[in-house]
Design a protein around this ligand. Sequence first.
Ligand code: UDX
Length: 439
Amino acid sequence: MRIAVIGTGYVGLSTGVCLAEIGHHVICIDTSEEKITLLRGGKSPIYEPGMEELLTKNMEAKRLQFTTSHREGLEKSEVIIVAVGTPQQDSGEADLTYLFQAIQDAAPYIEKGSIIVIKSTVPVGTNEKVKRLLEAFGQNKVSPFVVSNPEFLRQGSAVLDTLNPDRIVIGCENKEPAAVIEKMYAPLNAKVVKTDARSAEMIKYASNAFLATKISFINNIGNLCEAVGANVEDVSKGMGLDQRIGAAFLQSGIGYGGSCFPKDVSALLAAAKEYHVPFSMIEETMMINNRQKLLLVKKALNRFGDLKHKKIAVLGFAFKPETDDMREAPSITIIHSLLNEGASVIGYDPVATRNAKGIFGEKIAYATSVGEAIKESDAVFIVTEWKEIKQLVLSEVISQMKQPIVFDGRNSFSEEAVRDCEEIEYYPIGKPAIIIRKS
Ligand code: UDX
């Protein structure tokens, strides 16, 4: 099949590269010359495991191309996938400016019979608006076939998730285009859910809001575990083995971040308000998450009284491992709060430091290794559970600190690893602290 993908962000690029990998001819379009030049050179603008290998492989196989020209990209394309960003507005609603602009830019070049696939996360009813826009700008030669096809990939495993999806959702009232899209994905052997466009749009929001709620729920259970002296990891295990609950997304931590959960939860709430459907549970999910991001600072304040002139080493800037993305990352709230409390901060992240510099500038120091970050520090905050951080030998690392005090927001170390230390104050999430004094 000949496929065009508009937008080369996480979703667009992963989709384009993976559709080429399963044998289609794909051309990716982006208005950014800089991105397209980079991609043509086989370089990915985003950090994503496996991406550059597949990029190079499929470009060499002549199945994958990149262009800034809508004319070049759209002529002869049977399927046009739109995967541009739909960021959050101040009101919480999704901002559809990029989507509608992309549709307007594309409309004059769309061939008759092409199918427009909306992959961007969009509020319920948007596919219908896109259809009307196409009719208005497409000079009557445009097919009104618009298919909602939300994406569920996770950053950091975007390629893997795109090639092994749990399900493919196809939302279209018309059977023919839906069948074409099903065929396009056939090599993935995934379960397919065919429905109307509005339900497909809702599946995306409902899924992300449900997962975010699951995280907030377990985070609150974790806080309660700490208070009553239980262990949230065992509680998660005990709950997760119930197939009706499931083990995934029951890891208690310092709150969810990233480009999807916060934005999609807000957008669902905005829709509930617009349609006057009470959904205070979603507000609670958001409130718990905002509180959770401040948990490590709260614990440090309890321990030290105040944080003035304390040197805090923050390990991890990214909102989760295997990505350099810092959108809505707990590290942002944590570091700003530490600075407000008068602490000095030195941070380390294996890949997100460049993005962190754009956010914190000169306000904090940046280390190029864990060792450099924790040297002479009063406490360590573990914020992102990078493998490199989880594999540290705690007993060796803490010997370089001024005081061996660790606030672990991701429960990165086993009890044995902590008990190997001669002296430590270890504060995990949702389970008892371990305090070992030098005898
Ligand atoms: C998410 C959805 O998983 C994906 O389906 C959707 O398409 C986009 O949004 P992503 O944001 O890339 O993907 O990351 P994910 O791995 O889902 O993690 C989101 C956040 O939740 C991270 O901040 C992570 O640390 C946190 N999280 C996840 C927890 O705190 N506990 C968990 O058990 C799982």
